[in-house]
Design a protein around this ligand. Structure first.
Ligand SMILES: Cc1cc2nc3c(=O)[nH]c(=O)nc-3n(C[C@H](O)[C@H](O)[C@H](O)COP(=O)(O)OP(=O)(O)OC[C@H]3O[C@@H](n4cnc5c(N)ncnc54)[C@H](O)[C@@H]3O)c2cc1C
Length: 471
């Protein structure tokens, strides 16, 4: 079989590339060894956010008493129904946004394991028997990433969960130990806690360690208030199962003290690594780094001129919108020599806890490292009208600006709906706006987005002296 573009993988990167190529009337074939759609729709963004939304519904009912006059309660969650509902949603979205689209745009998806052989060419071991050899003008490696677990004594013997298997459980665990304070670990921790599991988080550094320290501290406080125990600056040394089948973990904190933690289930969320094992990349001269990520230049070309890589399998940030942008860019660069590159300086990131964390641009530490003389402001949500009327002032906004020019360098939000709030900051950063510009922008009153404007105003004014509706 010979095509214009042969793609290994069928996730966000692969689909964006295939659609872009088909729009240009290029022939495409895709190879998928697992479930069509890849991580985001099957085991990542979609199931996790569906379950988080369900957990939030229960949490809102249980915490409604903070609003005078409102009485509500929530029973134990029917976990089986919840998981079945999530599965149905995933199946529908997969049919609507992935399998259906392939048929509409007209490319074939081969079920099987793909690897490179001399040529370059692809060898596909088909799931239903036999094999195929595919040659193409260009090849795209879009094989994504998989959960990575650290080398901990006993870990392989305790049947630990990953985010994938945790979201497929058939019963709600009574207690859970979560290893990892990154976004997947924090989302899963709060999800299970809000459904009724007793959750303990062990984080090697502070929770959400890539975010501003003020945000980590506030989030840790919020988790503690919700009954989630957080052991920061701690590492798990050994794990084992006791006579009752519970996991017992010995953790050591940075000060050298140790303690034992016991829980029904252990969830390991310590990061993800590129999936490149068995792909035969070295056969065709495609280089990877020490963690297996495919090395690419700014145009996403690998060390072979006709092999490209996109999404989680590269060293770039692991978000589906990055994967999608990569896929489309590869097609322009491969077939039109377009020389397109992506600008990541205003790339947003969101941790969908409640309240959620969203950020774009540089943290204060990154701005200093980059040589900026920077100025920062932190606005607690107690000054934000939307938060006040919601009777939930947990959270903050932190802005980082260049002192000399006033240019906004980074925005960091911990608030309900922070993911939507950050969109404003993305436009401001993309357009190189100053904090003065952001302070003068229209923002609708009684929205959380207004918090960005108010935070920008604090560079020149005392926000506590303003009337609540003042511009
Ligand atoms: C729990 C969780 C929550 C997340 N939430 C979000 C979120 O809210 N927002 C967000 O933007 N991102 C989120 N992400 C990240 C997002 O899912 C990924 O960045 C994105 O899906 C990566 O897309 P991709 O196309 O690079 O790879 P993938 O979607 O992983 O696709 C790779 C595919 O390649 C296949 N494959 C691998 N090797 C072979 C082979 N040899 N032959 C054939 N097929 C092969 C795999 O089976 C897989 O289907 C989340 C991830 C997780 C785990």
């Amino acid at each position: 079989m010979t095509v214009d573009l042969a793609i290994i993988g069928s996730g966000g990167a692969a689909f964006a590339a295939a659609i872009a190529a088909r729009r240009q009337h290029r022939s495409v074939v895709m190879v998928e060894r697992g479930t069509v759609g890849g991580t985001c729709v099957n085991t990542g963004c979609v199931p996790s956010k569906a379950l988080l939304a369900a957990a939030e519904a229960r949490h809102v009912a249980l915490s409604a008493a903070h609003v005078p006059g409102v009485r509500a309660d929530a029973e134990q969650v029917a976990f089986g129904e919840l998981i079945a509902g999530k599965d149905e949603l995933v199946t529908d979205m997969r049919a609507d946004k992935y399998t259906g689209l392939a048929a509409e745009h007209g490319w074939e998806i081969l079920g099987g394991v793909g690897s490179f052989v001399d040529g370059p060419a692809l060898h596909v071991e088909l799931h239903d028997g036999g094999s195929r050899r595919i040659t193409a003008e260009h090849y795209l490696v879009a094989t994504g990433s998989h959960p990575w677990a650290p080398p901990v004594e006993g870990l392989d013997e305790v049947d630990y969960l990953t985010s994938t298997s945790a979201m497929e459980l058939d019963a709600l665990p009574s207690s859970m130990l979560v290893l990892g304070g990154g976004y997947v670990g924090l989302e899963q921790a709060q999800l299970f806690a809000r459904l009724g599991t007793e959750v303990t988080v062990v984080a090697r550094s502070r929770p959400a360690s890539t975010e501003e320290p003020e945000i980590s501290a506030e989030l840790a406080r919020i988790f503690t208030d919700e009954g989630i125990t957080v052991h920061a600056h701690s590492q798990v040394r050994t794990v084992r199962r006791d006579g009752d089948g519970y996991v017992v973990a010995t953790i050591e904190s940075d000060d050298g003290s140790t303690r034992q933690l016991r829980a029904e289930r252990l969830l390991v969320a310590t990061g993800r690594r590129a999936t490149t094992d068995g792909l035969g990349l070295d056969t065709v001269g495609v280089a990877t780094d020490g963690h297996g990520s495919v090395l690419v230049d700014d145009e996403l070309r690998t060390t072979h001129p006709r092999v490209w890589a996109a999404g989680d399998v590269t060293e770039h940030p692991q978000f589906v919108y990055v994967a999608g942008a990569h896929g489309a860019l590869v097609v322009d660069n491969a077939f039109h020599d377009a020389g397109r590159r992506l600008d990541y300086h205003h790339l947003p990131r969101v941790t969908f806890t409640g309240p959620s964390i969203a950020a774009a641009g540089l943290t204060e530490a990154q701005a200093q490292q980059a040589g900026h003389d920077c100025e920062t402001r932190v606005l607690p949500l107690e000054h934000v009208p939307r938060a006040i009327v919601n009777r939930d002032t947990r959270g903050l906004v932190k802005l980082v600006a260049d002192r000399g020019t006033g240019r906004l360098l980074g925005a960091h939000v911990l608030a309900d709906g922070a993911g939507d709030v950050i969109a404003t900051a993305v436009y401001a950063l993309a357009n190189h706006m100053t904090t003065h510009d952001v302070a003068e922008l229209w923002q609708p009153y009684l929205t959380m987005a207004e918090a960005l404007k108010l935070a920008a105003q604090t560079f020149t004014r005392d926000i506590t002296q303003l009337s609540c509706c003042a511009a």
